[in-house]
Write a protein that binds this ligand. Structure first.
Ligand code: UDX
Length: 438
Protein backbone atom coordinates (compact mmCIF):
# COMPACT_ATOMS: atom_id res chain seq x y z
CA UNK A 1 0.00 0.00 0.00
CA UNK A 2 1.04 3.62 -0.44
CA UNK A 3 1.23 5.27 2.97
CA UNK A 4 2.03 8.80 4.08
CA UNK A 5 2.71 9.84 7.66
CA UNK A 6 2.71 13.48 8.71
CA UNK A 7 5.11 14.12 11.62
CA UNK A 8 8.35 12.34 12.46
CA UNK A 9 8.08 12.11 16.25
CA UNK A 10 7.91 8.78 18.07
CA UNK A 11 4.60 7.78 16.53
CA UNK A 12 5.19 8.88 12.93
CA UNK A 13 8.77 7.72 12.57
CA UNK A 14 8.34 4.37 14.28
CA UNK A 15 5.03 3.56 12.53
CA UNK A 16 6.44 4.67 9.17
CA UNK A 17 9.57 2.55 9.54
CA UNK A 18 7.53 -0.47 10.64
CA UNK A 19 5.02 -0.12 7.77
CA UNK A 20 7.97 0.07 5.34
CA UNK A 21 9.44 -3.01 6.98
CA UNK A 22 6.16 -4.80 6.27
CA UNK A 23 6.73 -4.02 2.57
CA UNK A 24 4.61 -0.90 2.08
CA UNK A 25 5.74 2.22 0.22
CA UNK A 26 6.11 4.88 2.90
CA UNK A 27 6.60 8.63 2.79
CA UNK A 28 7.24 10.41 6.10
CA UNK A 29 6.73 14.15 6.04
CA UNK A 30 7.96 16.74 8.47
CA UNK A 31 7.95 20.50 8.05
CA UNK A 32 11.33 20.69 9.83
CA UNK A 33 14.00 20.49 7.10
CA UNK A 34 16.83 19.84 9.57
CA UNK A 35 15.01 16.87 11.04
CA UNK A 36 14.30 15.42 7.60
CA UNK A 37 17.94 15.90 6.49
CA UNK A 38 19.13 14.08 9.58
CA UNK A 39 16.74 11.17 9.04
CA UNK A 40 18.01 10.91 5.46
CA UNK A 41 21.55 10.70 6.86
CA UNK A 42 20.45 7.98 9.26
CA UNK A 43 20.54 10.22 12.34
CA UNK A 44 17.37 9.77 14.41
CA UNK A 45 15.74 12.73 16.17
CA UNK A 46 14.83 10.40 19.04
CA UNK A 47 16.52 7.55 20.89
CA UNK A 48 14.63 4.35 20.31
CA UNK A 49 16.08 0.85 20.44
CA UNK A 50 16.61 -0.51 16.89
CA UNK A 51 15.09 2.49 15.11
CA UNK A 52 18.24 3.79 13.46
CA UNK A 53 19.11 0.43 11.91
CA UNK A 54 15.54 -0.08 10.73
CA UNK A 55 15.20 3.37 9.15
CA UNK A 56 18.61 3.05 7.46
CA UNK A 57 17.64 -0.33 6.03
CA UNK A 58 14.18 0.63 4.70
CA UNK A 59 15.63 3.83 3.20
CA UNK A 60 18.34 1.82 1.44
CA UNK A 61 15.67 -0.56 0.15
CA UNK A 62 13.78 2.43 -1.28
CA UNK A 63 10.65 1.71 0.76
CA UNK A 64 10.92 4.73 3.05
CA UNK A 65 11.34 8.35 2.00
CA UNK A 66 11.58 11.31 4.38
CA UNK A 67 10.55 14.65 2.90
CA UNK A 68 9.36 18.19 3.55
CA UNK A 69 7.45 18.26 0.25
CA UNK A 70 3.78 18.33 1.29
CA UNK A 71 2.40 18.10 -2.22
CA UNK A 72 4.42 14.98 -3.02
CA UNK A 73 3.59 13.42 0.37
CA UNK A 74 -0.17 13.97 0.04
CA UNK A 75 -0.22 12.73 -3.56
CA UNK A 76 1.69 9.61 -2.57
CA UNK A 77 -0.49 8.11 0.15
CA UNK A 78 -3.84 6.46 -0.19
CA UNK A 79 -3.65 6.21 3.59
CA UNK A 80 -2.48 9.47 5.19
CA UNK A 81 -1.71 9.27 8.91
CA UNK A 82 -1.60 12.41 11.03
CA UNK A 83 1.07 11.78 13.67
CA UNK A 84 1.94 15.31 14.80
CA UNK A 85 2.31 16.36 18.44
CA UNK A 86 -0.60 17.30 20.67
CA UNK A 87 1.11 19.03 23.60
CA UNK A 88 -0.93 20.30 26.55
CA UNK A 89 -1.63 24.00 26.37
CA UNK A 90 -1.54 26.27 29.42
CA UNK A 91 -4.98 25.18 30.57
CA UNK A 92 -4.04 21.49 30.37
CA UNK A 93 -6.15 20.82 27.25
CA UNK A 94 -4.59 19.12 24.22
CA UNK A 95 -3.31 21.72 21.75
CA UNK A 96 -4.72 20.54 18.42
CA UNK A 97 -3.33 23.30 16.24
CA UNK A 98 -0.69 21.01 14.65
CA UNK A 99 -3.33 18.38 13.89
CA UNK A 100 -5.67 20.87 12.25
CA UNK A 101 -2.90 22.56 10.35
CA UNK A 102 -1.84 19.14 8.96
CA UNK A 103 -5.48 18.45 8.00
CA UNK A 104 -5.70 21.76 6.12
CA UNK A 105 -2.47 21.07 4.27
CA UNK A 106 -3.75 17.63 3.30
CA UNK A 107 -6.92 19.22 1.92
CA UNK A 108 -4.88 21.82 0.10
CA UNK A 109 -2.83 19.25 -1.83
CA UNK A 110 -5.51 16.61 -2.42
CA UNK A 111 -6.54 16.16 -6.06
CA UNK A 112 -10.08 15.74 -7.28
CA UNK A 113 -10.97 12.15 -8.11
CA UNK A 114 -8.29 10.57 -5.90
CA UNK A 115 -9.70 8.78 -2.85
CA UNK A 116 -7.77 9.11 0.44
CA UNK A 117 -8.27 7.94 3.99
CA UNK A 118 -6.99 10.49 6.52
CA UNK A 119 -6.27 8.77 9.79
CA UNK A 120 -5.57 10.40 13.13
CA UNK A 121 -2.87 8.48 14.98
CA UNK A 122 -1.93 11.28 17.38
CA UNK A 123 -3.76 11.00 20.69
CA UNK A 124 -6.66 13.41 20.33
CA UNK A 125 -9.74 14.10 22.44
CA UNK A 126 -13.00 12.45 21.49
CA UNK A 127 -14.69 14.08 18.51
CA UNK A 128 -11.45 15.50 17.08
CA UNK A 129 -11.57 13.36 13.92
CA UNK A 130 -14.86 15.02 12.99
CA UNK A 131 -13.09 18.37 13.21
CA UNK A 132 -10.19 17.00 11.17
CA UNK A 133 -12.69 16.38 8.39
CA UNK A 134 -13.88 19.98 8.56
CA UNK A 135 -10.29 21.25 8.37
CA UNK A 136 -9.58 19.09 5.33
CA UNK A 137 -12.59 20.72 3.65
CA UNK A 138 -11.29 24.16 4.55
CA UNK A 139 -7.91 23.29 3.02
CA UNK A 140 -9.51 21.86 -0.11
CA UNK A 141 -11.49 25.07 -0.76
CA UNK A 142 -13.67 24.75 -3.84
CA UNK A 143 -12.18 21.38 -4.96
CA UNK A 144 -14.43 18.30 -4.79
CA UNK A 145 -12.18 15.98 -2.80
CA UNK A 146 -13.01 12.35 -2.06
CA UNK A 147 -11.89 11.16 1.37
CA UNK A 148 -12.90 9.51 4.62
CA UNK A 149 -11.54 10.17 8.08
CA UNK A 150 -10.56 7.44 10.52
CA UNK A 151 -8.96 7.03 13.93
CA UNK A 152 -6.20 4.54 14.64
CA UNK A 153 -4.72 5.23 18.09
CA UNK A 154 -1.17 4.18 18.86
CA UNK A 155 -0.36 2.20 21.99
CA UNK A 156 3.40 1.97 21.61
CA UNK A 157 5.60 2.42 24.64
CA UNK A 158 8.80 4.40 24.35
CA UNK A 159 11.82 2.13 24.43
CA UNK A 160 9.97 -0.90 23.05
CA UNK A 161 7.95 0.78 20.32
CA UNK A 162 9.23 -1.27 17.37
CA UNK A 163 8.51 -4.49 19.22
CA UNK A 164 5.11 -3.13 20.27
CA UNK A 165 4.23 -2.18 16.69
CA UNK A 166 5.00 -5.71 15.51
CA UNK A 167 3.39 -7.43 18.49
CA UNK A 168 0.34 -5.29 19.19
CA UNK A 169 -2.06 -6.59 21.87
CA UNK A 170 -4.78 -5.23 19.60
CA UNK A 171 -5.27 -2.78 16.76
CA UNK A 172 -8.07 -0.25 17.13
CA UNK A 173 -9.58 1.38 14.05
CA UNK A 174 -12.59 3.66 14.02
CA UNK A 175 -14.45 5.24 11.14
CA UNK A 176 -17.94 5.92 9.86
CA UNK A 177 -16.87 4.50 6.50
CA UNK A 178 -16.81 0.76 5.78
CA UNK A 179 -14.38 1.37 2.91
CA UNK A 180 -11.89 3.15 5.19
CA UNK A 181 -12.23 0.44 7.86
CA UNK A 182 -11.54 -2.29 5.32
CA UNK A 183 -8.47 -0.54 3.91
CA UNK A 184 -7.04 -0.08 7.39
CA UNK A 185 -7.86 -3.65 8.28
CA UNK A 186 -5.89 -4.88 5.29
CA UNK A 187 -2.88 -2.78 6.39
CA UNK A 188 -2.76 -4.67 9.69
CA UNK A 189 -3.84 -8.06 8.32
CA UNK A 190 -0.32 -9.50 8.70
CA UNK A 191 -0.33 -9.04 12.47
CA UNK A 192 -1.40 -11.93 14.62
CA UNK A 193 -3.78 -9.86 16.72
CA UNK A 194 -7.37 -8.80 17.24
CA UNK A 195 -8.54 -5.84 15.18
CA UNK A 196 -11.22 -3.81 16.92
CA UNK A 197 -13.38 -2.07 14.30
CA UNK A 198 -15.57 0.62 15.75
CA UNK A 199 -16.92 4.14 15.32
CA UNK A 200 -14.72 7.24 15.45
CA UNK A 201 -15.60 8.42 18.95
CA UNK A 202 -15.15 4.98 20.55
CA UNK A 203 -11.78 4.53 18.89
CA UNK A 204 -10.61 7.91 20.17
CA UNK A 205 -11.89 7.18 23.66
CA UNK A 206 -10.26 3.72 23.84
CA UNK A 207 -6.83 5.32 23.82
CA UNK A 208 -7.64 7.68 26.70
CA UNK A 209 -9.49 5.04 28.67
CA UNK A 210 -6.58 2.60 28.35
CA UNK A 211 -3.94 5.12 29.42
CA UNK A 212 -6.08 6.49 32.25
CA UNK A 213 -6.72 2.96 33.48
CA UNK A 214 -2.99 2.13 33.51
CA UNK A 215 -2.29 5.40 35.34
CA UNK A 216 -5.03 4.43 37.81
CA UNK A 217 -3.31 1.10 38.38
CA UNK A 218 -0.05 2.90 39.18
CA UNK A 219 -1.71 5.40 41.52
CA UNK A 220 -3.59 2.54 43.16
CA UNK A 221 -0.42 0.60 43.98
CA UNK A 222 1.26 3.84 45.08
CA UNK A 223 -1.57 4.44 47.54
CA UNK A 224 -1.30 0.83 48.69
CA UNK A 225 2.41 1.49 49.29
CA UNK A 226 1.37 4.18 51.78
CA UNK A 227 -0.78 1.66 53.65
CA UNK A 228 2.15 -0.76 53.58
CA UNK A 229 4.43 1.79 55.21
CA UNK A 230 1.88 2.44 57.92
CA UNK A 231 1.14 -1.23 58.65
CA UNK A 232 4.47 -2.96 58.11
CA UNK A 233 3.35 -4.76 54.94
CA UNK A 234 5.58 -4.92 51.87
CA UNK A 235 4.19 -3.49 48.63
CA UNK A 236 6.22 -5.84 46.43
CA UNK A 237 4.60 -8.86 48.05
CA UNK A 238 1.18 -7.24 47.90
CA UNK A 239 1.65 -6.50 44.17
CA UNK A 240 2.74 -10.08 43.46
CA UNK A 241 -0.25 -11.45 45.36
CA UNK A 242 -2.65 -9.10 43.58
CA UNK A 243 -1.10 -9.54 40.15
CA UNK A 244 -1.45 -13.31 40.17
CA UNK A 245 -5.20 -12.82 39.96
CA UNK A 246 -5.78 -13.15 36.21
CA UNK A 247 -8.40 -10.45 36.34
CA UNK A 248 -5.84 -7.97 37.70
CA UNK A 249 -2.57 -9.06 36.07
CA UNK A 250 0.96 -8.27 37.27
CA UNK A 251 1.82 -5.33 35.01
CA UNK A 252 1.85 -1.67 36.04
CA UNK A 253 1.82 -2.57 39.71
CA UNK A 254 5.30 -1.23 40.46
CA UNK A 255 5.05 1.34 43.23
CA UNK A 256 7.43 4.27 42.84
CA UNK A 257 7.68 8.02 42.73
CA UNK A 258 4.70 8.38 40.38
CA UNK A 259 4.06 8.20 36.66
CA UNK A 260 5.50 10.73 34.20
CA UNK A 261 6.30 10.96 30.50
CA UNK A 262 4.70 12.57 27.52
CA UNK A 263 1.51 10.47 27.68
CA UNK A 264 0.06 9.55 31.07
CA UNK A 265 0.02 12.97 32.77
CA UNK A 266 -1.31 14.64 29.63
CA UNK A 267 -3.85 11.97 28.76
CA UNK A 268 -5.30 11.61 32.27
CA UNK A 269 -5.72 15.36 32.44
CA UNK A 270 -7.26 15.51 28.97
CA UNK A 271 -9.77 12.76 29.79
CA UNK A 272 -10.72 14.56 32.99
CA UNK A 273 -11.25 17.70 30.93
CA UNK A 274 -13.35 15.87 28.33
CA UNK A 275 -15.53 14.50 31.10
CA UNK A 276 -15.97 17.95 32.67
CA UNK A 277 -16.82 19.44 29.30
CA UNK A 278 -19.49 16.79 28.98
CA UNK A 279 -20.86 17.78 32.39
CA UNK A 280 -19.51 14.76 34.22
CA UNK A 281 -17.18 14.98 37.21
CA UNK A 282 -14.82 11.99 36.83
CA UNK A 283 -13.87 11.85 40.52
CA UNK A 284 -11.76 8.74 40.26
CA UNK A 285 -9.39 10.51 37.84
CA UNK A 286 -9.06 13.44 40.20
CA UNK A 287 -7.86 10.96 42.83
CA UNK A 288 -5.44 9.37 40.38
CA UNK A 289 -3.85 12.76 39.63
CA UNK A 290 -3.78 13.77 43.32
CA UNK A 291 -2.13 10.52 44.37
CA UNK A 292 0.48 10.95 41.65
CA UNK A 293 1.33 14.46 42.83
CA UNK A 294 1.52 13.35 46.45
CA UNK A 295 3.73 10.37 45.82
CA UNK A 296 6.81 12.43 45.03
CA UNK A 297 6.30 14.52 48.15
CA UNK A 298 6.06 11.34 50.25
CA UNK A 299 9.38 10.34 48.76
CA UNK A 300 10.91 13.73 49.49
CA UNK A 301 9.65 13.47 53.08
CA UNK A 302 11.87 10.45 53.60
CA UNK A 303 14.87 12.56 52.62
CA UNK A 304 13.76 15.57 54.67
CA UNK A 305 13.04 13.35 57.69
CA UNK A 306 16.58 12.07 57.58
CA UNK A 307 18.45 15.30 56.83
CA UNK A 308 16.07 18.17 57.61
CA UNK A 309 14.56 20.54 55.09
CA UNK A 310 17.77 22.50 54.47
CA UNK A 311 19.91 20.19 52.37
CA UNK A 312 22.74 22.61 51.62
CA UNK A 313 25.25 20.54 53.62
CA UNK A 314 24.59 17.42 51.58
CA UNK A 315 25.63 15.92 48.26
CA UNK A 316 23.58 13.14 46.71
CA UNK A 317 24.35 10.65 43.95
CA UNK A 318 21.35 10.70 41.64
CA UNK A 319 20.66 7.65 39.48
CA UNK A 320 18.21 8.45 36.72
CA UNK A 321 16.67 11.47 35.01
CA UNK A 322 14.52 9.86 32.26
CA UNK A 323 10.81 9.43 32.97
CA UNK A 324 11.33 5.65 32.83
CA UNK A 325 14.02 3.17 31.79
CA UNK A 326 15.24 2.54 28.22
CA UNK A 327 14.54 6.05 26.97
CA UNK A 328 16.32 9.41 26.80
CA UNK A 329 13.01 11.20 27.28
CA UNK A 330 12.77 13.56 30.25
CA UNK A 331 9.39 15.10 29.41
CA UNK A 332 7.26 15.29 32.57
CA UNK A 333 9.84 13.09 34.26
CA UNK A 334 9.19 12.77 38.00
CA UNK A 335 12.95 12.24 38.37
CA UNK A 336 13.56 15.74 37.01
CA UNK A 337 10.90 17.19 39.32
CA UNK A 338 12.51 15.58 42.35
CA UNK A 339 15.97 16.81 41.31
CA UNK A 340 14.49 20.32 41.11
CA UNK A 341 12.96 19.98 44.59
CA UNK A 342 16.30 18.74 45.97
CA UNK A 343 18.07 21.68 44.36
CA UNK A 344 15.46 24.04 45.77
CA UNK A 345 16.35 22.67 49.22
CA UNK A 346 20.03 23.42 48.55
CA UNK A 347 21.35 19.91 47.82
CA UNK A 348 24.29 19.30 45.53
CA UNK A 349 24.00 16.34 43.16
CA UNK A 350 26.12 13.98 41.09
CA UNK A 351 23.81 12.82 38.36
CA UNK A 352 23.98 9.88 35.99
CA UNK A 353 21.47 8.49 33.52
CA UNK A 354 22.43 5.91 30.87
CA UNK A 355 20.61 7.73 28.03
CA UNK A 356 19.10 11.00 29.20
CA UNK A 357 22.17 13.09 30.09
CA UNK A 358 21.75 15.53 27.20
CA UNK A 359 18.07 16.12 27.89
CA UNK A 360 18.73 16.38 31.62
CA UNK A 361 21.36 19.06 30.99
CA UNK A 362 18.91 20.97 28.82
CA UNK A 363 16.25 20.89 31.53
CA UNK A 364 18.43 21.37 34.59
CA UNK A 365 21.52 23.35 33.57
CA UNK A 366 24.67 23.16 35.68
CA UNK A 367 23.68 24.83 38.97
CA UNK A 368 24.24 22.42 41.88
CA UNK A 369 24.49 19.45 39.48
CA UNK A 370 27.58 17.62 38.25
CA UNK A 371 27.01 15.27 35.34
CA UNK A 372 28.87 11.99 35.84
CA UNK A 373 30.35 9.57 33.29
CA UNK A 374 29.01 6.46 34.94
CA UNK A 375 26.65 5.30 37.67
CA UNK A 376 29.68 4.22 39.72
CA UNK A 377 31.09 7.78 39.66
CA UNK A 378 27.88 9.07 41.24
CA UNK A 379 28.84 7.25 44.46
CA UNK A 380 32.00 9.32 44.95
CA UNK A 381 31.91 11.01 48.40
CA UNK A 382 28.12 11.39 48.52
CA UNK A 383 25.89 11.34 51.58
CA UNK A 384 23.32 9.09 49.91
CA UNK A 385 22.31 7.53 46.61
CA UNK A 386 18.87 8.43 45.30
CA UNK A 387 17.42 6.16 42.60
CA UNK A 388 14.84 7.93 40.45
CA UNK A 389 14.54 5.91 37.22
CA UNK A 390 13.97 2.16 36.93
CA UNK A 391 16.99 1.35 34.71
CA UNK A 392 17.85 -2.33 35.13
CA UNK A 393 21.54 -1.56 35.37
CA UNK A 394 20.99 0.39 38.60
CA UNK A 395 19.76 -2.84 40.19
CA UNK A 396 22.91 -4.75 39.28
CA UNK A 397 25.58 -2.31 40.47
CA UNK A 398 28.13 -3.64 42.94
CA UNK A 399 26.68 -1.88 45.97
CA UNK A 400 29.06 -3.68 48.30
CA UNK A 401 32.16 -2.35 46.57
CA UNK A 402 30.66 1.07 45.84
CA UNK A 403 29.72 1.73 49.46
CA UNK A 404 33.39 2.33 50.26
CA UNK A 405 33.40 5.38 47.95
CA UNK A 406 30.47 6.98 49.78
CA UNK A 407 30.48 9.37 52.70
CA UNK A 408 27.20 8.03 54.11
CA UNK A 409 25.88 4.53 53.46
CA UNK A 410 22.30 5.45 52.59
CA UNK A 411 20.05 4.59 49.63
CA UNK A 412 16.69 6.15 48.79
CA UNK A 413 15.23 3.78 46.23
CA UNK A 414 12.38 5.57 44.46
CA UNK A 415 11.75 2.61 42.16
CA UNK A 416 12.08 -0.35 44.53
CA UNK A 417 14.90 -1.79 42.43
CA UNK A 418 16.84 -3.20 45.37
CA UNK A 419 16.17 -5.78 48.05
CA UNK A 420 15.92 -4.14 51.50
CA UNK A 421 17.32 -7.21 53.28
CA UNK A 422 20.30 -7.44 50.92
CA UNK A 423 21.00 -3.76 51.40
CA UNK A 424 20.87 -4.19 55.17
CA UNK A 425 23.36 -7.05 54.94
CA UNK A 426 25.70 -4.74 53.03
CA UNK A 427 25.40 -2.21 55.83
CA UNK A 428 23.22 0.34 54.07
CA UNK A 429 20.41 2.34 55.55
CA UNK A 430 17.74 1.68 52.94
CA UNK A 431 14.53 3.55 52.18
CA UNK A 432 12.20 2.12 49.54
CA UNK A 433 8.58 2.82 48.64
CA UNK A 434 6.08 0.87 50.72
CA UNK A 435 8.82 -1.43 52.00
CA UNK A 436 10.31 -2.18 55.35
CA UNK A 437 12.79 0.48 56.35
CA UNK A 438 16.15 -1.14 57.11
C1 UDX B 1 2.43 4.91 27.77
C2 UDX B 1 1.53 3.70 27.45
O1 UDX B 1 2.03 2.54 28.14
C3 UDX B 1 1.47 3.45 25.95
O2 UDX B 1 0.56 2.41 25.67
C4 UDX B 1 1.00 4.76 25.28
O3 UDX B 1 0.98 4.61 23.89
C5 UDX B 1 1.89 5.92 25.65
O4 UDX B 1 1.94 6.03 27.08
P1 UDX B 1 5.04 5.36 27.90
O5 UDX B 1 4.69 6.80 28.21
O6 UDX B 1 6.11 5.09 26.91
O7 UDX B 1 3.76 4.58 27.38
O8 UDX B 1 5.51 4.70 29.28
P2 UDX B 1 4.99 3.57 30.28
O9 UDX B 1 5.87 2.40 30.17
O10 UDX B 1 3.54 3.32 30.14
O11 UDX B 1 5.28 4.28 31.69
C6 UDX B 1 4.65 5.52 32.03
C7 UDX B 1 5.08 6.00 33.40
O12 UDX B 1 4.57 5.17 34.43
C8 UDX B 1 6.60 6.04 33.63
O13 UDX B 1 6.94 7.21 34.34
C9 UDX B 1 6.88 4.82 34.48
O14 UDX B 1 8.01 4.97 35.30
C10 UDX B 1 5.60 4.75 35.31
N1 UDX B 1 5.28 3.41 35.81
C11 UDX B 1 4.97 2.41 34.93
C12 UDX B 1 5.24 3.16 37.18
O15 UDX B 1 5.50 4.05 38.00
N2 UDX B 1 4.88 1.91 37.62
C13 UDX B 1 4.57 0.89 36.76
O16 UDX B 1 4.25 -0.21 37.24
C14 UDX B 1 4.61 1.16 35.38
Amino acid sequence: MKITLIGTGYVGLVSGAVFADWGHEVVCLDIDQKKVDKIKDGIMPIYEEGLEELVKRVQAEGKFVATTDYEMAVNHGELIFICVGTPSNESGAADLSYVFSAAESIGKYMKEGEYKVVITKSTVPVKTSEKVSEHIKVGAGSKKVDYDVASNPEFLREGTSIFDANNADRVVIGSGSEKALNLLESLYAGLNTTIVKTDLASSELIKYAANAFLATKISFINEISQICERTGADVKSVAIGMGLDNRIGPKFLNAGIGYGGSCFPKDVEALYRTSSQNLYDFRLLRGVMDANERQKIYFMNKIWDKYGTNLSKYTFGILGAAFKNDTDDTRKSVAIEIIKILRGAGAKMKLFDPAAMENAKKELGNDYITYMESAENSFEAVDAIIILTEWKEFASLDYEKLSSKMKGKVVFDGRNLLDPKEMKKLGYEYFGIGRHKV
